[in-house]
Ligand binder design. Structure first.
Ligand SMILES: NC(=O)c1ccc[n+]([C@@H]2O[C@H](COP(=O)([O-])OP(=O)(O)OC[C@H]3O[C@@H](n4cnc5c(N)ncnc54)[C@H](O)[C@@H]3O)[C@@H](O)[C@H]2O)c1
Length: 256
């Protein structure tokens, strides 16, 4: 944990929120929005320098955490301490857009390791602190969890599996004071996601994103997280699907 940012374990009036994959895109926007809403945000990410700068900007805590690394996740839980009001399982994304015939199965495994196992592992590690705070867990899945599109097999499957984890977890802890919410965004204009998805081919990424007149922004999704977090604890939201109004062409343009 960084030394010149607040220690989330110190007595504080601010509830603690943890955002994984906080160094870019939806994660960074969510960390900013939650800090503005009064949370002491633990920005957990693999890229220490970026997350350190973000934590300094928002008065939060930076922590290096690869969600696929059990030791990192244990360290995250130890740093967060006994109470966690909100966990945002955001780390993840798509690696590649190849048809099954040309699939890179290492990339599939990596997508499962992050989007599914990583989210599950972080949730397990923070569950005691979430229980203690009567907190909530938000999973950033995707409308891709319900879809099959050409070149999307690995990512569609990983997000679908993450969705299944959310459903099981909600049933398992239904009697406990922890809300479990899935936010499923449609197409969000985040630079890194499109670049990793299209193997750094910015032209191809831009072509796909051009097919949607006005994609969501990372801030749009962050505002949804903030809204969910603001709801009284007796309110349950299973799934919030957030799409750009003009997303109808999404699965068609993925073919190009
Ligand atoms: N951009 C979209 O169109 C879109 C749509 C729906 C859902 N999502 C989901 O939203 C989430 C955030 O994506 P984004 O669009 O902000 O893209 P992004 O690439 O900016 O964010 C993903 C973040 O996860 C981090 N990450 C990846 N593997 C990690 C690991 N093992 N440990 C820790 N961090 C790791 C990355 O470093 C990055 O900061 C992802 O789960 C993605 O699947 C994105």
């Amino acid at each position: 944990m960084s030394t010149n940012t607040p220690d989330p374990r110190s007595p504080s009036a601010r509830p603690v929120a943890v955002v994984t994959g906080a160094s870019s895109g939806i994660g960074a926007a969510t960390a900013r929005v939650l800090a503005g809403a009064g949370f002491a945000v633990v920005c957990a990410a693999r890229r220490q320098e970026r997350v350190q700068a973000l934590a300094e900007e928002i008065g939060g805590t930076a922590l290096r955490c690869d969600v696929t690394d059990p030791a990192d996740v244990d360290a995250l839980a130890a740093a967060v301490g006994p109470r966690c009001a909100l966990l945002v399982n955001n780390a993840g994304g798509a690696l590649g857009m190849e048809p099954v015939a040309e699939a890179d199965f290492d990339a599939w495994q990596q997508m499962f390791a992050t989007n599914v196992v990583g989210a599950g592992r972080v949730t397990q590690a923070l569950l005691p602190a979430l229980r203690a705070a009567g907190g909530q867990v938000v999973f950033i899945t995707s409308t891709a969890a319900d879809a099959s599109y050409e070149g999307g097999a690995g990512y569609n499957a990983a997000k679908s599996a993450e969705r299944a984890v959310v459903g099981a977890l909600r049933l398992e802890i239904v009697a406990e004071p922890v809300r479990v919410v899935e936010i499923a965004p449609g197409m969000v204009a985040t630079e890194e996601f499109s670049l990793t998805r299209f193997g750094g081919d910015a032209e191809r990424a831009a072509k796909v994103y051009d097919g949607v007149a006005e994609p969501l922004t990372a801030e749009d999704v962050a505002e949804c997280v903030r809204w969910v977090a603001s709801l009284p604890s007796h309110v349950n939201i299973d799934r919030l699907v957030v799409r750009p109004r003009a997303q109808a062409a999404q699965h068609k343009v993925h073919r190009e």
